[in-house]
Design a protein around this ligand. Structure first.
Ligand code: TYM
Length: 331
């Protein structure tokens, strides 16, 4: 193990089909760290059960999320790819950190407020302490850097506060992690309601483009995307629909906003939406193909998650033995 390398950790919940928001905001960026960092990419199934899941679907999506990591370019030999519930240290440290995270802090989390509104029939304790488990994910591996979308910023800051609090009480124990939020794609918006985040749990299928959507579906969804009553492709805060489409187009083509404005000057939104759909479908085509190949070989996926869990457990145990000693648990 290379002790000099800094550590990257990130996770995705297997709680729905993954969207181009998950792809552009997070997963696509993961592989850029594979060479220079020790990287842990986790399928966070413990987090997923804070909302009721159908068991067979949770199991299927856990395999799919792992296969998508790999289809998006994460080589299992260069990255530790694993499932959260396979490494008991997450739940264990999660409980411990619950005892160092304040009720008031958790009450301020906007995701908790949103989700308790959406799932008012199931406001469980896990939904409330979700951020402490997320802190445990990162602190367990002495993580330096956490690539995420901007929606996770508040959770990340809480994890930093908890790490510093623990370190203050017991002396240096945890590395205090920093976020890596890619400014170009930190928040991809819904196609139907462009002032809201694109979310895998959105019941409106037209609002969300999934990574594994067919080209026809992608084209249809972009054609229907909400824009505005002007007919000018221009990036502006008061044009959230068009600006979001420009952000997506830029991410898939590498063109700048100026280039895009010039390309569609004098043309209507119809042409523009078609181009965005094409660029997105073309960009995702190799991911879809690779995914189809990977998901067909369950035994290989199981071998990857097993090796990943073993590797992750090694690091997790090191942190846990330090934590237990500092707290005063009998060895
Ligand atoms: P999750 O599963 O909701 O989303 C996975 C990642 O995708 C990013 N993301 C987006 N980025 C840009 N635009 C969007 N519309 C968009 N939607 C989602 C998220 O920011 C995230 O990076 N709590 C986390 C999972 C987690 C985690 C962790 C992340 C658990 N433990 C430790 C980092 C470190 C979550 O629910 O992500």
């Amino acid at each position: 193990m290379n002790q000099d390398k800094k550590t990257v950790f990130s996770g995705v919940q297997p709680s729905g089909n993954l969207t181009i928001g998950n792809y552009l905001g997070a997963i696509k960026n993961f592989s850029r760290f594979s060479d220079e960092y020790k990287t842990f990419y986790c399928v966070v199934d413990l987090h997923a059960i804070t909302v009721r899941q159908v068991p067979a679907e949770l199991r299927r999506r856990t395999y799919e999320t792992l296969a998508l990591y790999m289809a998006c370019g994460l080589d299992e030999k260069k990255n530790t790819l694993f499932v959260q519930s396979h490494v008991p240290g997450h739940a264990e440290l999660g409980w411990i950190l619950d005892c160092y995270t304040m009720f008031g802090e958790l009450s301020r989390m906007t995701q908790f407020k949103d989700k308790s509104q959406k799932h008012s029939e199931n406001i469980n304790a896990g939904l409330f302490t979700y951020p402490a488990l997320m802190a445990a994910d990162m602190l367990l591996y002495q993580t330096d850097l956490v690539p995420v979308g901007i929606d996770q910023k508040q959770h990340l800051e809480l994890a930093r506060d908890v790490a510093m609090r623990f370190n203050q009480i017991y002396g240096d124990t945890f590395t205090v992690p920093e976020g890596y939020i890619s400014p170009d794609t930190m928040k991809i918006m819904s196609l139907a309601e462009p002032t809201a985040k694109m979310s895998k749990s959105d019941p409106n299928q037209n609002a969300v483009v999934y990574i594994l959507d067919s080209k026809d579906d992608i084209m249809r969804k972009f054609k229907k995307a909400v824009t505005d009553s002007e007919a000018e492709v221009r990036y502006s805060e008061d044009k959230p629909g068009v600006s979001n489409l420009m952000t997506i187009y830029r991410a898939f083509t590498g063109k700048s906003f100026e280039d895009i404005e010039a390309e569609f000057a004098g043309k209507g939104y119809g042409d523009f939406k078609l181009a965005v759909g094409e660029a997105c479908a073309d960009g995702l085509a190799p991911v879809r193909e690779e995914f189809a190949r990977l998901i067909a070989d369950k035994a290989h996926l199981e071998a990857v998650m097993k090796a990943g869990a073993e590797e992750a457990s090694y690091y997790a145990r090191r942190t846990m033995s330090k934590v237990r000693r500092k707290i005063g648990f009998v060895n």
